[in-house]
Design a protein around this ligand. Structure first.
Ligand SMILES: [Zn+2]
Length: 89
């Protein structure tokens, strides 16, 4: 199943890499991952910033708190569930 590129780029793979230009921060990037944590109260999901990969405290923020990336929430319902691995620094 082909994944459609939201940015209509010509190179099929280019949308997998996030560019590091000032312009790219202002173009919404799809939020496509939700990280699920197991807590005493059950499972809680936090959406993950597509650029810096931190989990966000709130949903539907226009910009990531940490890196300032503009976020696009239109695919959030189809976000891939990921689980926290070993803490990386
Ligand atoms: Zn970020």
């Amino acid at each position: 199943m082909a994944k459609r590129c939201e940015r209509k780029c010509t190179d099929k793979n280019s949308h997998l890499e996030i560019e590091d230009t000032p312009e790219s921060y202002r173009v919404g990037i799809l939020v496509e991952e939700v990280m699920v944590f197991e807590t005493w109260f059950g499972k809680t999901g936090y959406y993950v910033c597509p650029r810096c990969k931190i989990t966000m405290d709130r949903e539907f923020m226009f910009f990531c708190d940490r890196c300032g990336q503009k976020l696009d929430w239109k695919n959030y319902r189809k976000a891939k569930i990921v689980y926290p691995g070993k803490a990386r620094k």
